[in-house]
Design a protein around this ligand. Structure first.
Ligand code: 13P
Ligand code: SF4
Length: 311
């Protein structure tokens, strides 16, 4: 504690905090996962940096005793579902997700009653109890494939209506949309994007599928954060307008240094709650541990496994 206090009082404590975290990580046999949208200094403590599902999958392959998730709660829950024997820590209790919280179990049960023949497909950006009540999970990258692989003609798709609409445009199935959205993406305005495009006629547009339909119609590439660098690398274009959470542009600049990335973005406050000092507290005091009922883990795991089977 004495050492931590001294570090926090220094002018530029980041480097020393990073060293301390790297030490603690070794001592505790912990693995640190950092989502692409996190503050850039968090990248320096990461064992893995990536998208929400990919990170949990990587952590499950390790023999770490502790998984510390620099991301938001539903992501840490997914890590717990895939690694039930490991201790999963979320440094900030404020790191929730407005989109995930737009679907409650009670509401889902009511919609299921109304549509008894429909399959439930939940996007991985959903809380653990919703995953557990779903037939299958999906990511933004495999959502269309999952929906088309199911035998059911009707699909309850939740919680994101923008991704749901995108899926509906690519399938003949009846998609029952959930009225949920991510305000970070949903607030982005297509007219403003048009103006930006006029100023940069050669730039390609990369958009996250949580954006509204009019933005997605303008996009050259639609993908979750995990597929954006791959597209930029394989494209002949030099300039890209990145339409998602602002942190992603910084990550792309690091990953693809020979190309130019411009943001059309909003900040997700939930993603910025995690800081280096909170990671130190989390590791030293084992806070805040993610615990889930065994039954929830079992059922949610089944829905995630089914996704892997179909994709
Ligand atoms: P990805 O799974 O694409 O990383 O997205 C996570 C997220 O929170 C999007 O808003
Ligand atoms: Fe949730 Fe949106 Fe933030 Fe992603 S960007 S964590 S979906 S509120």
């Amino acid at each position: 504690m004495q050492l931590q206090q001294t570090i926090l009082e220094e002018k530029n404590p980041d480097e020393k905090l990073i060293q301390l975290i790297l030490e603690l990580k070794k001592q505790l046999n912990a693995v640190i996962l950092v989502h692409n949208y996190q503050r850039p200094e968090m990248y320096k403590i990461a064992d893995f940096i990536g998208d929400s599902l990919g990170l949990s999958e990587e952590a499950a392959k390790t023999d770490a005793d502790i998984i510390l998730f620099c991301g938001v709660k539903f992501m840490a829950e997914t890590a717990k579902i895939l690694s039930p024997k490991k201790t999963v820590l979320l440094p900030s209790l404020d790191a929730g997700c407005a989109l995930a919280d737009m679907a409650t179990l009670e509401q889902l049960k009511k919609v299921k009653e109304k549509h008894p023949d429909a399959a439930v497909v939940s996007y991985v950006n959903a809380n653990a109890d919703i995953k557990a009540e779903s037939d299958v999970c999906c990511t933004s990258m495999n959502a269309v494939k999952i929906v088309n692989s199911l035998p059911n003609k009707e699909i309850i798709f939740l919680p994101d209506k923008n991704l749901g609409r995108y899926v509906a445009s690519k399938t003949d199935k009846k998609i029952i949309l959930w009225d949920g959205y991510c305000f970070v993406h949903d607030k982005l305005n297509a007219e403003m994007l048009d103006d930006l495009k006029k100023d940069m006629p050669g730039a390609k547009i990369i958009a996250h599928p949580e954006c509204k339909t009019d933005i997605l119609q303008e996009a050259d590439h639609i993908s979750g954060t995990g597929g954006m660098a791959k597209f930029a690398n394989s494209s002949n274009a030099k300039d890209f307008i990145v339409v998602t959470e602002c942190g992603m542009t910084e990550k792309l600049k690091e990953d693809v240094p020979d190309k130019n990335f411009y943001s059309f973005c909003n900040i997700c406050p939930y993603m910025k709650y995690t800081t280096l000092p909170l990671v130190v507290s989390s590791l030293t005091q084992k806070q805040h541990e993610i615990t889930l009922p065994e039954e929830t883990i079992k059922k949610a795991r089944k829905a995630l496994d089914k996704m892997l089977e179909y994709s």
